[in-house]
Design a protein around this ligand. Sequence first.
Ligand SMILES: C[S@@+](CC[C@H](N)C(=O)[O-])C[C@H]1O[C@@H](n2cnc3c(N)ncnc32)[C@H](O)[C@@H]1O
Length: 218
Amino acid sequence: MSALIDLMTGLSLTNDHGRGEWLAETAGVGPGDKVLDIGCGPGTALAAASRRGATAIGLDPSPTMLWLAARRNAGAILLAAGVDAIPLPCDSVTVAWASGSLHHWPDVDAGLAEVTRVLAPGGRLVIIERAGSGHRLIGAHAITPVRADGLVEKLTALGYSATTVERADIASRDMLLVRGDLVLTSSFDHDPVTHVLEEVTASVVGPVRGSGWSHRES
Ligand SMILES: C[S@@+](CC[C@H](N)C(=O)[O-])C[C@H]1O[C@@H](n2cnc3c(N)ncnc32)[C@H](O)[C@@H]1O
């Protein structure tokens, strides 16, 4: 049943009305970037990253969503996992974004910490969600402006600079945009971005080789 719901949801998202292009533009994606799409769904934003010459990495716990994403992203790395345990090494991506997935995260604090672990210093994080009122039913797939402000505070505490929250019309939807640039993280001793995606088996659907990667010791 959940596969059927995911399939219907995924198919309904295959026309993103330009949201993926908007994300890639906003995050300044270009050749050489390694872009992690957290909760990639059917992979429309991943395709936008690929079109700009970036390495596209999609993460989603739903096999159905990954199946849809694989159909339009032959060259992408697809990882079957949730944001709470990203099967990538520390500092391995230069851009991370979450489009409409944060409201699914089981533990936002843990998710943000995990995204920060895999994002390299200088990396850009962009989160977009529908703007909502907080109503239990109507707002279930949205976040409130107050919650977006709270996310900015969390990012600042995690070592991001230039953290902002904006309300924007994105592809004809009233949305909240939260973003920041990672300066430092307190937990890790960062080297320049030298690794390691080469170690990740290209174009896989499912847990990647070496998925027991742990935090690098400082
Ligand atoms: C509303 S869809 C958005 C899909 C896509 N990002 C888009 O904008 O079209 C939310 C996605 O988040 C995924 N998701 C659910 N739980 C998640 C988690 N714990 N970590 C990451 N993604 C999750 C879902 O499987 C789904 O693909």
